[in-house]
Design a protein around this ligand. Structure first.
Ligand SMILES: Cc1ncc(COP(=O)(O)O)c(C=O)c1O
Length: 392
């Protein structure tokens, strides 16, 4: 019998779902950043509380061999919310490997092929790939120029518009980043509740990653209304509302990956069904409990950022630099130098910022995260030198 010649050409790997085949991996330029001044990802520029470091160091090595235990973490999240957590039960807190993983779970649990995601543009870049992964249609309503104000009427109309094929016409998901990354746009919590009430069949997700810098959270209002109406818990009248919080930005735990979804216990349970049993690791659990127990550290950092933000926007206004500043620990700047060149020159000076080149409405700008006053002075000096044609 003749022996078949060895095959020379490589075989094809199996195809994934069509939605995945047409997707590009969401990748952010995250390598080689450690020694630089990182104003590109809105992280805490100082790092976590010393109590977090102590808590992590105290984990005995034999605990590395054991699957994580989550006892006490949900309670710590509720306690960390202070008076706005009074009517929240720990079962209303979903634990995730960062809010990115919470977003992934939301789309995985709720988004069917052909369903609609209603959101705004420009906004956080991970919503769209999550929707595409599920084969969802994306309707992204632009912020209103010239001040990037929230397109409330347009969102409201799109939320209640009847579809061509009759019900169910409501979008499956409405995702609002409040304050919005990268425009800083803020929407009053009362308006958010109205949107949720207008569309009871839509899951309204409020991404509150940056609420600490301007106090825009919907949670205090939910608590207040629940107390006034003697409702059993904050979400009993708004079961279609879900709030996302993270310890990445304010608490300085971005590298440990820990985020929360806070909502009606049924919704939180559905999200848990699509996650793995141990997605959040033991280090993140310990660090989160310590961080949530040291609110004073976070408050002091937030205060320093707000002060530095005011200083920088004042300096830019006096110098006539075009910029836009609102909520969040970041602002947008339109340099006179082409933005990609500015980005590169700042990098050479040891400072990272995020170019917004090509993004709708904000093309030509860069997003600059706010750190401490010293850090912002360093940025401002380098920025001005580059604009003046000098080497910083
Ligand atoms: C608006 C927004 N949501 C979610 C995330 C992801 O947060 P986490 O680090 O908790 O995954 C980010 C991170 O940049 C963000 O800006």
């Amino acid at each position: 019998m003749a022996v078949a010649p060895p095959e020379r050409s490589p075989r094809l790997a199996p195809s994934a779902r069509p939605e995945v085949e047409s997707l590009q991996a969401y990748s952010a330029p995250l390598e080689g950043r450690r020694e630089l001044l990182r104003l590109d990802f809105n992280e805490n520029t100082l790092g976590p509380s010393p109590k977090v470091v102590e808590a992590i160091r105290a984990i005995p090595a034999d605990h590395y061999a054991i699957y994580p235990e989550y006892d006490g973490l949900r309670q710590a999240v509720v306690a960390g919310l202070g008076s706005s957590g009074q009517r929240l039960d720990p079962s209303q807190i979903g634990l995730f490997n960062g809010v990115d993983a919470a977003l992934h779970a939301i789309f995985h649990a709720f988004g069917r092929p052909g369903d609609r995601l209603l959101t705004t543009t420009p906004t956080f870049g991970y919503y769209a790939p999550c929707a595409r992964m599920q084969g969802m249609a994306i309707e992204a309503i632009p912020y209103r120029l010239p001040c990037f104000s929230f397109p409330l009427e347009e969102i409201h109309s799109a939320l209640i518009a009847a579809g061509d094929q009759g019900p169910p016409a409501a979008p499956r998901l409405l995702l609002i980043c409040n304050p919005n990354n990268p425009t800083g746009t803020r929407l009053a919590p009362a308006r958010l509740l109205e949107l949720a009430e207008a569309a009871p069949h839509t899951l309204v997700v409020v991404d509150e990653l940056y609420e600490a810098f301007s106090g825009d959270s919907v949670l205090p209002l939910l608590e207040e209304r629940a107390a006034a109406g003697e409702w059993p818990d904050s979400f009993s009248r708004h079961p279609n509302l879900l709030v996302l919080r993270s310890l990445s930005k304010t608490a300085g735990l971005a590298g440990l990956r820990i985020g929360f979804a806070i909502g009606h216990r049924t919704v939180v349970d559905r999200l848990a069904r699509v996650g793995g049993p141990y997605d959040v690791n033991s280090f993140a659990v310990r660090a989160a409990i310590a961080a949530l127990g040291d609110q004073a550290y976070v408050e002091a950092y937030v205060e320093a950022v707000i002060e530095a933000k005011e200083w920088l926007s004042g300096a830019m206004a006096r110098a006539g630099v075009r910029h836009h500043v609102d909520g969040g620990n970041y602002l947008l700047i339109w340099p006179a130098t082409p933005v990609l060149e500015m980005d590169q020159r700042l990098r050479e000076a040891g400072i990272l910022v995020r170019s917004m080149a090509g993004k709708p409405l904000i093309d030509g700008s860069m997003r600059v995260s706010i750190g401490t006053r010293d850090q912002m002075e360093r940025f401002w000096e380098a920025f001005q030198a580059i604009e003046a044609g000098l080497t910083p």
